[in-house]
Design a protein around this ligand. Structure first.
Ligand code: TRP
Length: 369
């Protein structure tokens, strides 16, 4: 039987049913969050939908204990709105006082995609870091590093690479096969290095034992599983169990996957507002009917309409307004062209402001590396 969707670190295809994914992965639905989380649309609207051991982080917040938010970025291609969903979470945790660890997965990219570290470094800074700063990242309580060069401090660097090497002792090949299926040496190496990314904040040369939250896209759960298994077995260290959270993928313009390798599937944060508007008009998959008459009669389907989904996931903060758009589209009162225009207006304001922030961010980069 053909599976209706596949979600692994190396492949994401099909129409993802998140309820099924929760069961398949064995993660828990994320619900009943405290009010500071409700203020953030990603949590309020269930776009961050699943977790493992998130209670530990909620307790740390409640008891005013320090915690770490650790995540990573793959420096490939353009930084688009799909990537921005994670950045919104990073900024949210920074506002809650978390210490941030952000890994540039340049060695992972080297081993699985593009063997040019210099180019990867350039993409990481110009595409990712500058956009992070423009979106509001602050250089305090924060550690941004490249997997290929963990730290100028040899003690820290040694601790990180030692851990990356030692973790392999605590996992068998059968277990690797059970988690990943068939896997190449490059991918396995990247997975174990990512385990070190996620565990090393708890080493004594970094924070010491502490709660660590790893917010990620749904495809990263196998790595989290591996890391959590290793934590339970590793003898030399006493680590707190890792917490994780999972967000939905933002749909690509054409309704399927948003992919950096297909520029008609995304809008980059460096696209001009004119380019963005054209892409929406030309490519954004519509849940509307074929003719205006038919649309007025039968109404549209906001659940599959990409413009509506983008408003829900990113651009329309106001729940009331979003609800109105939903109902008006469903009833046929709102036409596809009008719905697209609502998104275009939001995008235009966002991008114009973002491009100004990017110019400022460029001057600040050195404070962030
Ligand atoms: N593998 C991640 C990706 O493809 C990047 C990554 C590297 C990461 N190290 C990490 C993510 C640690 C979370 C935590 O996007």
């Amino acid at each position: 039987m053909k599976k209706e969707f596949i979600v692994t670190p190396w492949e994401v295809t099909g129409k993802i049913n998140y309820n099924k994914l929760i069961k398949e992965f064995g993660i828990s639905p994320l619900a009943n969050l405290p009010k500071e989380f409700q203020r953030n649309l990603l949590f309020r609207r269930g776009i961050v939908y699943g977790h493992r051991d998130f209670e530990n982080i909620l307790n740390a917040i409640k008891n005013k204990q320090k915690f770490v938010m650790m995540t990573g970025l793959m420096p490939s291609g353009k930084f688009h709105f799909g990537h921005a969903l994670l950045v919104k979470q990073i900024l949210f945790y920074q506002s809650l006082g978390a210490k941030l660890y952000i890994a540039v997965a340049d060695l992972e990219a080297y081993n699985t995609r593009n063997p040019n570290l210099e180019e990867l470094r350039k993409v990481a800074i110009e595409e990712y870091l500058i956009n992070y700063i423009a979106l509001g990242l602050k250089p305090k309580n924060y550690d941004f590093y490249f997997q290929s060069a963990r730290s100028k401090d040899a003690k820290k660097s040694n601790a990180y690479y030692n851990l990356a090497s030692k973790v392999s002792r605590y996992v068998t090949f059968n277990e690797v096969k059970a988690i990943y299926g068939s896997i190449t040496p490059g991918k396995l190496n990247s997975a174990l290095l990512q385990v070190s990314d996620m565990l090393h904040p708890q080493l004594k040369d970094f924070e010491g034992k502490i709660n660590v939250l790893v917010p990620v896209g749904s495809d990263q759960d196998p790595h989290i599983k591996l890391a959590r298994d290793i934590i339970q077995r590793i003898k030399d260290y006493r680590f707190s169990q890792l917490s994780s959270s999972y967000h939905m993928f933002m749909p690509g313009l054409k309704g399927d996957k948003m992919s950096s390798s297909d520029s008609t599937s995304y809008i980059a944060l460096t696209n001009s507002s004119e380019e963005a508007a054209n892409k929406i008009r030309k490519y954004a998959f519509s849940g509307g009917q074929a003719t205006i008459q038919e649309h007025r009669k039968k109404g549209g389907n906001p659940d599959v309409d990409v413009s509506y989904q983008w408003l829900r996931m990113f651009f329309e903060e106001n729940d009331k307004k979003l609800q109105n758009i939903y109902h008006n589209y469903k009833s046929g009162k709102l036409l596809t062209s009008e719905l697209k225009q609502i998104l275009i207006d939001k995008l235009t304001i966002f991008l114009k402001n973002h491009h100004r922030q990017r110019e400022k961010a460029k001057k600040l980069v050195s404070k962030f590396i």
